[in-house]
Design a protein around this ligand. Structure first.
Ligand SMILES: *Cc1c(COP(=O)(O)O)cnc(C)c1O
Length: 457
């Protein structure tokens, strides 16, 4: 096994060659999905008692399977919230795997967790939260929101034994991400929605609270505000909502999974005023901080409350709580036990490039949104729906019906040219299908925007 293994060396070289090609290739075509039947016909059975060999498996990957995926970092992938992991982060993702670190406890993962924590310190500093605030990397925004909501509920229950027998009530807006609704279900909380896709304000939250009956008032546990809605990049009135949460003694969670990266951008940082008063914040480095999937983060003003909610007990885990193993244990602050040191690629990339490069790359997304808005305004066929929110641009093609947007999306995808999808946006009570850009990738050019807008003629 430990003699020189030619197969192993060949496989390693082949994969390294492929990775280098993949992260440097210019003018790549966007892949496109195929049905499972089509893929089965092309690939056949790959799992066999003897194995098909690394060479063959990699060939199938390169020639068929990878091509049936739409790479999220393509410069003309402007749908959903795309991603653009830095090359350094991608390479260090390989190192993260090769290092085989169990990232749950300091005793096993100290070096890796230490590095993650340095990246986390920078993230925390961006929020402006008070001394003592800290966080952990999670599998994504959904897991971060869930971890924060569990902490909020446990804290609420610890304040009054009566709460043990009741369902907590959370307030958010219809503009909040679907995961907030889904995670409220998981913690069995009742969710009250303020009906706005625009900025949720402290005033609206107060009005809702004042309209509640005594039972619901007693069960109120927190408010979830959004720091950059996924659909339109809108930032709730974070400061005024913070004041209301303080007044009513409610947990204040800010979901900035998409928008959080923009805390590093001086041009928009002021829009997040008040985020520093949150009890917990979600930020996804795999969205606007150039980390590969998957990497989210949850930050707490008082991490000890998260520890009370999440720390796991078990006979075989006792050793980790031993004095000798003292240190920061990421598993104490979120829902997962065994975990990848998933902040490590971010750490390496930040360490290599420096935070100024990050600032510039994030500002580029905002500039591209502004440029797109100018081009749309200048084009008589197109119309801006609203001013860009962070790096999101909503616009309409005059005369188009929902089906036209759909055909346009699939035609561009079919040609391997671009992935740009429509969304729905509500204005004055009317739901309208519109086109949407979300810029993350600093490699996207103004020429890419022009070429995409040209396809709407
Ligand atoms: C993307 C997003 C989420 C969900 O994050 P995942 O990483 O996909 O789990 C939650 N909230 C907001 C605002 C988002 O944009």
């Amino acid at each position: 096994m430990h003699d020189i293994d030619i197969d192993l060396i060949e496989m390693t070289l082949d994969i390294t060659k492929y990775v280098i090609h993949r992260i440097t290739e210019k003018d790549r075509k966007l892949g496109k999905f195929k049905s499972a039947e089509e893929l089965k016909a092309l690939v056949g059975a790959t799992i066999t008692p003897e194995g098909i060999g690394g060479e063959r498996a990699l060939e199938l990957w390169k020639n068929v399977l990878e091509k049936a995926t739409a790479s999220i970092d393509h410069p003309r992938h402007l749908a959903f919230v795309p991603a653009a992991p830095s090359r350094a982060a991608v390479m260090f993702d390989l190192v993260t795997s090769a290092s085989s670190i169990h990232g749950a406890y300091w005793m096993e993962g100290a070096g890796g967790i230490f590095a993650e924590n340095q990246a986390m310190e920078w993230l925390v500093s961006l929020t402006g939260m008070p001394k003592g605030a800290f966080g952990v990397f999670t599998s994504g925004g959904t897991a971060a929101n869930l971890s924060a909501m569990i902490t909020a509920r446990e804290y609420w229950r610890s304040k009054d034994p009566e709460h043990d027998h009741h369902k907590g009530v959370l307030i958010t807006s219809t503009g909040a991400h679907s995961s907030v609704r889904a995670m409220a279900k998981i913690i069995d909380a009742e969710l009250l929605l303020i009906d706005t896709e625009d900025r949720m304000t402290g005033e609206a939250v107060t009005q809702l609270i004042e309209s509640l009956d005594a039972d619901k008032r007693r069960r109120l546990l927190g408010v979830v505000a959004t720091g950059g809605t996924t659909n339109a990049g809108i930032i709730d009135s974070l400061d005024s909502i913070a004041d209301i949460c303080k007044r009513y003694d409610l947990w204040y969670h800010v979901d900035a999974a998409y928008g959080g990266g923009a805390l590093a951008a001086d041009s928009v940082r002021h829009l997040f005023k008040g985020i520093e008063k949150a009890d917990s914040i979600t930020i996804d480095p795999h969205k606007w901080l150039f980390s590969p999937y998957d990497c989210g983060a949850v930050i707490y003003k008082r991490p000890e409350l998260a520890k009370k909610a999440h720390s796991q007990e078990g006979a075989y885990l006792d050793i980790f709580k031993d004095k000798a193993a003292d240190g920061f244990n990421p598993s104490d602050y979120q829902i997962q036990l065994t975990r990848r040191v998933r902040g490590l690629p971010l750490w390496f990339s930040l360490a290599m490039h420096g935070t100024n490069t990050y600032k510039k790359a994030i500002e580029r997304g905002i500039e591209l949104a502004q440029a797109a808005a100018r081009k749309i305004t200048a084009n008589p066929l197109l119309e801006l729906v609203r001013e860009p929110g962070l790096s999101c641009v909503l616009f309409r093609r005059r005369g188009w019906q929902p089906d036209d947007y759909k055909h346009w999306t699939f035609k561009n995808l079919e040609e391997g040219f671009a992935l740009v999808t429509p969304t729905r946006y509500r204005r004055q009570g009317m739901m309208e299908t519109v086109a949407r850009f979300c810029f993350i990738n600093p490699d996207t050019t103004e020429n890419d925007i022009d070429r995409i807008l040209d396809t709407m003629k």
